[in-house]
Ligand binder design. Sequence first.
Ligand code: HMG
Ligand code: MG
Length: 298
Amino acid sequence: QWPSQVKVKEVGPRDGLQNEPLFLPTEDKIAWINQLSKTGLTSIELTSFVHPKWIPSLSDAKEVARGITKEKDVVYTALVPNQKGLERALEVNIDEIAVFTSVSETHSRKNTNQSISQSLSSVNVVVKEAIKEKKRVRGYMSTVFGCPYEGVINVEQVVRIAEALFEMGIGELSLGDTIGVANPKQVQEVLDVLLKRYPAEKLAMHFHDTRGIALANVLSSLGMGITTFDSSLGGLGGCPYAKGASGNLATDDLVYMLNGMKIATGIDYNKLIHAASFIQEKIGRDLQSHSMQVFNSQ
Ligand code: HMG
Ligand code: MG
């Protein structure tokens, strides 16, 4: 009953590094992304073109995008909040633009200084312009399974924002469990509602692993027919504007599980571990994924 194939979208260079207190030198980011590009991953979110004062650790977005060696089978994505961000992204030939909004009014204001409806108008401009420029466009919805400020969000609200984003023309919607509060039953319930409206191919899951149940949530999603998952190597990551947000689902743990289940990912686990140990050394602390704990204890 499991799908035969799954697409893993690596978000570590963006979601992982955005939450790091240190500014990782541009050349190290580039070297890491180049390693990731050779692991078999087919999608890498390499940076974000948000306001550099809001996320100083990614203020070198253009230099990173210009510096990498692109592999032809890899789609390179960047996170973009508004028209100004899109202008910067278009200068450096990004393949896919990722827009984002929140289903929680309070998180939206904290994360983008905008209400949800203001955020949706900024996003709309970006989506329309990016499509005109023949870019792929994906959308993120944050705090789908719970918000640090507002608690559990009504599923009607989730549907309303999803509808707005799909109407703008996004190709894929990623459902963010921003602070890692989802559980497998809740995942089924939310997906049950969304899958009545959209095909599974248009949905992706973006779990954070704050409480260690991200992989359980992946299994639950797989059972519902979802085949696209966002993850971050070594479990790096988090949203600095969501209190309590911590690391993403770890790519290495996800790939270990999927490869073991004979669900094709096309990704070489050993190459992932190699790339994880590279970035671990650069940021100067042990990565928290289970796979890296095993690696570090050997
Ligand atoms: P603002 O301060 O309200 O911006 O920030 P503004 O529109 O009032 O503009 C003020 C100045 O900033 C202007 O310059 C703009 O040009 C400039 P001035 O005219 O004063 O000289 N500006 C920019 N400069 C560079 N790049 C830009 C840009 N935009 C405006 N893109 C804004 C509003 C949305 C920009 C800001 O709040 C922001 O950048 N927020 C992003 C925060 C962020 O990156 N959060 C983490 C990512 S989301 C996430 O992690 C969740 C996710 O992983 C899914 C999940 O887990 O749920 C995706
Ligand atoms: Mg995230």
